[in-house]
Ligand binder design. Structure first.
Ligand SMILES: [Zn+2]
Ligand SMILES: [Zn+2]
Length: 326
């Protein structure tokens, strides 16, 4: 069972409807061990002023309050990699080191899967203290002109995890038909979307995983799934290689199961190809905007990852990856 949901929105996002405390309660009920809030920060768009721009100070304050009130714990720091150890994602030893780290630190406060255990004795002999680790993240909208903004923003807050997402291309969101109307075919529209992602993948450093890589495919006006890996192979290969070279991951986002496209984003073929090319960093996110959708369709995600050749998935603490066995 996948026990981390690293893509969640609350009322701090313009399109979120649930309170942070309620999302935490839902995650706990569903047996998750770690979650990360990733509110929307889409700067410089055509949306009405302030839409999708999270009030990050208020968001961070509420997060700290919840942790202080005991709604959740934030002691994943116990699993922080030794500063002297190279755990950079680009390092091919990352998984091995991560696995060692988990075993080594199992006798400390927490085991790999986030169970808190009493210090000094082995986890198996202990009564587990059920709790939930809650991390502080953001879903940062990437657009080529925002590189300086993203640097400053990412450095200004103590983010555990940053999803970089393309929600707009030339300030237009594919979720709205106006985006597709600029192109003569859906294929062209999707190609333009991927080309923009390639540019962003090349230009940006301030993100840990690229969010829902084929997001635009969710919204093709025909209502059909216009995606096939072969059709877009050239640009997708470049995107995936760029991400791998830079030590960046991608996510499997289960939000698409709740849309008419009814599949994960990205398509399983993209996930599989990322793995074949040597990619190891996969986070799992429901993209829930309300309590009901926390960890939605995670059994499906697990199956897709296994079939794609993955043996681990990833969580981030203080922008460092940790690997969990599937
Ligand atoms: Zn998104
Ligand atoms: Zn999202």
């Amino acid at each position: 069972m996948i026990v981390t949901d690293l893509h969640l929105h609350t009322k701090f996002s313009s399109d979120g409807i649930s309170e942070m405390a309620d999302m935490i309660a839902s995650a706990r009920n569903k047996g998750l061990k770690t979650i990360c809030f990733t509110e929307h920060m889409d700067y410089d768009t055509n949306f009405p002023d302030g839409t999708f721009v999270v009030d990050t100070d208020a968001y961070l304050k509420r997060y700290h309050e919840l942790v202080a009130d005991g709604y959740a714990i934030k002691d994943g720091a116990n699993l922080r990699p030794d500063r002297n150890r190279d755990l950079q994602p680009a390092d091919s030893h990352a998984i091995k080191d991560g696995a060692n780290l988990r075993q080594d630190r199992g006798r400390d406060l927490r085991t790999a899967d986030g169970h808190a255990v009493r210090k000094g004795t082995s986890p198996s002999e202990n009564e587990e203290i059920p709790d939930l680790e809650v991390l502080f993240g953001v879903e940062l909208g990437l657009q080529p002109q925002l590189v300086p903004f993203s640097r400053e923003y990412a450095a200004s807050y103590p983010f555990d995890f940053i999803i970089g997402s393309s929600h707009v291309v030339k300030k237009q969101d594919p979720a709205f038909s106006a985006y597709f109307e600029r192109f003569s075919t859906e294929k062209e529209a999707l190609m333009a979307y991927f080309e923009e992602e390639l540019l962003c993948a090349q230009k940006f450093d301030e993100f840990d995983v690229y969010g829902h890589l084929d997001y635009a495919a969710r919204y093709a006006p025909s209502g059909k799934d216009v995606f096939s890996y072969r059709k877009y192979a050239d640009v997708l290969e470049e995107i995936l290689k760029t991400l791998i070279d830079k030590g960046k991951g991608i996510e499997i986002n289960t939000g698409g199961f709740r849309k008419s496209i009814h599949r994960s984003n990205p398509h399983p073929d993209i996930l599989k190809r990322y793995r074949e090319l040597g990619g190891e960093i996969i986070t799992v996110g429901s993209d829930a905007h309300r309590v009901e959708d926390v960890a939605a369709d995670f059994a499906r995600a697990e199956k897709i990852l296994r079939e794609g050749g993955f043996t681990h998935y990833t969580l981030f603490r203080q922008r460092k990856p940790f690997f969990i066995e599937l």
